[in-house]
Ligand binder design. Sequence first.
Ligand code: ASP
Length: 340
Amino acid sequence: MKSSVLLIYTGGTIGMHTDPESGALVPFDFTNIYKEFPALRSLEVDIEVLPFEPIDSSNASPELWVRLAEKIGENYERFDGFVVLHGTDTMSYSASALSFMLHNLAKPVVFTGSQIPIGVLRTDGRENLITAIEIAAAKDSKGRAAAPGVTLYFQNRLFRGNRTTKQSAEELSAFASNNYPPLAEVGVSIQYNEQFIARPKSGAEFGVDTALEREVAIVKIFPGLTESILRAMLASGVKGVVLETYGAGNAPTKEWFIGALREAISKGISVVNVTQCSNGEVNMDIYETGVALQKIGVISGRDMTTEAAVTKMMYVLAHATTPTARAKMLKKAICGEFGK
Ligand code: ASP
């Protein structure tokens, strides 16, 4: 039997082609996908297209994530897999958010996009699109989805969505998953790395939970950060902070810095520590600078990306009301966002 895939188009570079008359980049009509890419018929996949009003993903927001999660929820039973076409700029944020909002996914939700518009001859979008559809439709020898969960496919590699980050504004290999291996590598054939693919526990029911709290901030420390700027950020009504620190989770030990954070935490603000480094993890036991943060109640984000940390914070704040309950949720991996 043919597999079926719902292709949700949200915008971004992948959705552009050159108007032959004006030479300008104009939106591409994905509803005519078989006409544009007749080769897709050879995939033996029934593709249905759900176009959203296209946006540049710089305008992505929690409202987009809620709409995506709801549409996937409404159509979950009808399709074997889902492909989300999305601008690259914030794709990792959206994939991370969806990973927390969609529970016990036994089907693939593959995010992809492109660096060069789909209507430009040298586009990377054609391969990304076709392979993402193939992955969303693929079954393993037991008849299960080959790669369930929220993933991101780009330039021959399939990643766990909430481990990705956009690493290049120029290279076609725009995304990296520095702390978690690829779930699949694509060459002449698609090689799935089964040991890294997470599957829901048997009998666990699929569910959609769209509650998110937006009062969060990312505070990136740098030499020269002043007390007044830090205090202004912490006093802004924020309920959760992702603190981007140096190296293995280190920050200044100056009393004004630790004091401002201590006060914020005592008022109930949750603070998670992630590293500014592109790989490796936070370990607040190694240096005095990290130990000081641990002592005041800063939570280790381990090897989480900033994209995963900030969307997890939005999710956790909306699902737990007390600082203790929030800390408990933040310390545990919800869907493979940190750890091995
Ligand atoms: N600015 C575009 C976007 O994120 C870039 C892209 O799609 O690659 O929507």
